[in-house]
Design a protein around this ligand. Structure first.
Ligand code: PD2
Ligand code: ZN
Length: 289
C-alpha cells in the first residue's frame, strides 16, 4: 500500500476517537491500524492529528511536555518509625513496610479474621461481574481488564462498615466523609486486575462528571480478606514491587496528582489457585457525595 493512498477518512477519525474515549492506549490503536494495513509513519501521523484536533474541539489541550498538574494534599499515616500503631478503638495495626515513591505503606492486621469473614458474608449475596469507570461517559462498564466479581457498600451502611471506615480514616488521617463506599472484589482462579492508576485521567471526556463527587482520588487502601492459595499479589510494575495478599493485611498508597510521576501504576496479578477477596477504600480530595 502506498502512503499517498492513505487518508484519514471521517470513519477512521470517528473510530480513533471512539477507541481513545473507551480508554484504549494509543499504542494499541496503532497496533490495530498497522494490522489493517496502515503504514506505521502514516498511522502515527493520523493518530496524532486526530487526537490533537479532538482535544482542540473539546477545549482541552494536553499539558506541555514536562508540565505536571498541581499537587493536592494526600492521606498519610503518622508512622514515626513505629512498628505498631494503636488506634483510638484500641485496635493495633502493624507497620510491615513502607516506601516513599510510590508512597506505599503495608499494614498487618488492619482487619481481624472475624471482620474479614463478616465482610465477605455481607458482600457475597450482592456480588456482580465487576464494572470499571467508563472513561468516555463517567458511567460504568464491564471491563475485560478486570475479571473479578464486585459490589459496593454505601458509606456507613452497617456497623461493621462504619467501624472499618472510622479505622481507616484515623489510620491515614483523612476525613471519613472523603471516602467512597467500600468496594469488595472476589477473584476466581485466572482472574486479575490489569495494571491501572486509581486516579481519573484528566484527559478522558467522562472525568469532569466523576470529579463532581468530591474531586480526584488521592489515596487507596486495599484490604485482603483471605489469603489466596496461589497468586493474587498486588503489583506496582513501575518499581518492580509486589505485596503478598495476606488475610487481614492491607496496602495503602497515595498519589498527589493525576499523573504517572506518582508511580502508582498497580494491578492485581492473576489468581492461580483458590479465590482472592479484597475490600478497597478509595479516598477523594473533598467530600464524596
Ligand atoms: O486486588 C488487588 O490487588 C487490586 C489491584 C489493583 C485492587 C485494586 N487495584 C483496586 O481495587 O483498585
Ligand atoms: Zn486499583
Amino acid at each position: 500500500m502506498t502512503t499517498t493512498a492513505q487518508t484519514v477518512t471521517p470513519e477512521l477519525r470517528r473510530w480513533i476517537i471512539a477507541q481513545a474515549e473507551a480508554g484504549c492506549r494509543p499504542e494499541d490503536v496503532l497496533t490495530a491500524m498497522k494490522a489493517s494495513g496502515w503504514e506505521e509513519d502514516v498511522a502515527v501521523d493520523a493518530l496524532e492529528q486526530t487526537l490533537r484536533q479532538r482535544l482542540d474541539e473539546i477545549g482541552r489541550r494536553p499539558l506541555p511536555a514536562g508540565e505536571l498538574p498541581p499537587p493536592s494534599a494526600v492521606p498519610e499515616p503518622r508512622l514515626d518509625g513505629a512498628s505498631e500503631l494503636r488506634l483510638s478503638d484500641g485496635h493495633r495495626v502493624r507497620v510491615l513496610g513502607s516506601m516513599k515513591l510510590p508512597r506505599v505503606v503495608i499494614f498487618g492486621g488492619l482487619l481481624t479474621d472475624a471482620e474479614c469473614d463478616e465482610l465477605m458474608a455481607l458482600a457475597r449475596p450482592r456480588l456482580l461481574r465487576s464494572e470499571t469507570v467508563d472513561n468516555a461517559t463517567g458511567g460504568s462498564e464491564v471491563n475485560a481488564a478486570r475479571t473479578s466479581d464486585g459490589m459496593f457498600f454505601e458509606r456507613g451502611e452497617a456497623p461493621l462498615i462504619r467501624r472499618i471506615e472510622a479505622r481507616i480514616a484515623e489510620l491515614v488521617r483523612w476525613p471519613l466523609e472523603n471516602g467512597e463506599g467500600l468496594q469488595v472484589l472476589r477473584y476466581r482462579p485466572g482472574a486479575e486486575y490489569r495494571p491501572h492508576h486509581d486516579y481519573f485521567d484528566p484527559a478522558h471526556s467522562g472525568t469532569a462528571r466523576i470529579l463532581q463527587r468530591g474531586g480526584q482520588r488521592v489515596g487507596t487502601v486495599v484490604m485482603y480478606l483471605n489469603t489466596p492459595e496461589g497468586g493474587g499479589a498486588t503489583t506496582f510494575p513501575d518499581v518492580g514491587f509486589e505485596v503478598a495478599p495476606v488475610r487481614g493485611n492491607a496496602v495503602f498508597f497515595s498519589y498527589d496528582r493525576a499523573h504517572e510521576s506518582t508511580r502508582t501504576l498497580h494491578g492485581g496479578a492473576p489468581v492461580t489457585a483458590g479465590e482472592k477477596w479484597v475490600a478497597t477504600k478509595w479516598m477523594r480530595e473533598g467530600v464524596f457525595v
